[in-house]
Design a protein around this ligand. Structure first.
Ligand code: ZN
Length: 99
């Protein structure tokens, strides 16, 4: 075992910094989507809903106009808004990418 092997150090997700969104832990305008790939958001969403969030979840609180702009931009990059980007939960509830 190497002393600097990151697998031996547990990941701690701390509370968001002051001024950051309390849902995703990232500073963004309240009318914009939560940052879907934030570890804070992924972990808390998974605990609350039993699955990882999608961009549709992240922008559910946004206006239809804002959602439309985001869907168009995501489509431009080939991202399906309802997809979890191949991520899944392991049995302990930790997010991991599919191989
Ligand atoms: Zn947020």
């Amino acid at each position: 075992m190497q002393e600097n092997d990151i697998r031996h150090f547990p990941l701690r997700v701390t509370a968001p910094r002051r001024g950051a969104c309390p849902i995703c832990g990232v500073r963004h305008d309240a009318g914009q989507p939560h940052y879907k790939n934030s570890v804070y958001y992924l972990r808390h969403y998974a605990y609350q809903h039993g699955r990882l969030p999608t961009w549709e979840d992240a922008m559910a609180h946004c206006t239809e106009e804002t959602q439309g702009r985001w869907r168009a931009k995501l489509a431009y990059y080939g991202i399906e808004p309802g997809d979890t980007d191949g991520q899944r939960l392991d049995t302990a509830g930790n997010a991991e990418a599919n191989p």
